[in-house]
Design a protein around this ligand. Sequence first.
Ligand code: BGC
Length: 427
Amino acid sequence: MKFSRSQGDNRTYRNAHHRDHLLAFPKNFEWGSSTSAHQVEGNNTHSDWWQWEPGHVAQNQTSGEACDHYRTFQDDFNIIKQLNHTAHRLGIEWARLEPKQGEWDQDAIEHYHDVFRALKKRNIKIMLTLHHFTNPAWFSEQGGWEKKKNIKAFVRFVEFVTREYHEYIDWWITINEPMVYLTEAYIFGHRPPQKVSLWSAYRVYRNMARAHRLAYKKIHKIDPHAKVGLAHNVSSYHAYRKHALVDQMFEMVLDRITNHAFLKKSGFPRYYDFLGLNYYFHIRIKQVRLQSIVKHFDIFEPVMTERRDTSDIGWELYPHGIFNVLMDFADCGRPIYITENGIATDDDKKRQKFIHEYLTEIWHAINGGADVRGYFYWSLLDNFEWEAGFGPRFGLVYVDYQTQKRTLKQSAHLYADICKKNGIEVS
Ligand code: BGC
């Protein structure tokens, strides 16, 4: 597939360069993809999600075997190698390692040694996520993240994992998307424990921020050279009416609450060696009217009414949004990694276009001063998309869930070419 050069690509820049037909990324830029344990491993039987899934997931599905990655990881890592990735972001599952409180599972411990060794053997750097939405069932039964006293159990888990595996790990992600976790579970009530309560949501917010700081300190105590961060979901906002103060205020407040507040609360930049950003959403704010907010929380413009291009699950495709959020964090004082960015679609041409356009915007952001050091496409494999089940396909690699056969999509090859050249080919 040929892409044309967007305007302004032929300027000369300090960090990233435009050479003939190539938008070159900085030297040592990391290229990879992301997964999370529960979404790919399969049979995560001791987790709260496993217990919750029956009757709550689209089309009555459950995660079941998922991608069977727990058993097929060697083959999946061969694919990563074949695709020229230099790094991989993956999760470690707390519920497997500590299925009962205080009891560590020897098979699971050995398993993750094998997993990390397999990546190192292939010379792939490792970004490890310690918490990605799932908890051990026993932790949730004790009140989960709502209870301040439960933070101790998480920090003990972090200590265990750090002592056991720190020699392999290049970057640590303490928590994946705390704001998404608490919003989905405690504000919208779509995910376990489905408790709709602003007060509970606030307590989870406070406890996760504290857990991040304590985890940061614990990891550094064991491994002073460790690089520790968090994967933070950021959205780009757009208020239609530039002249309307109330719309502008609304945009600012949303930006503050969803993009910045948690970072501040969790001690950014002091307790961060880098910042991980997950980018998916561009959100349009239409006329803000008090009455409609109170009655229906009706403040967002549904993109479909404007016939904008979306993914299969209705998320607007807006490449320039990633540039906007990166520029917003350009002066944050910490290196940035895009820890997730991807599209759910059965139309792989769309994914190819997506990868090309979003990376081009990242290239511009780097030239604009954002210190971006790596990109992890979400996801390596089609996988279990939480309460949406197996319908949405985010993968570079197609998974046949009946046979567990993997098939590389054309987008995987396009991305592999970018990784190899450390840049984007343009015509
Ligand atoms: C999460 C992933 C999820 C992806 C797509 C992110 O919010 O970290 O687990 O699959 O978005 O929805």
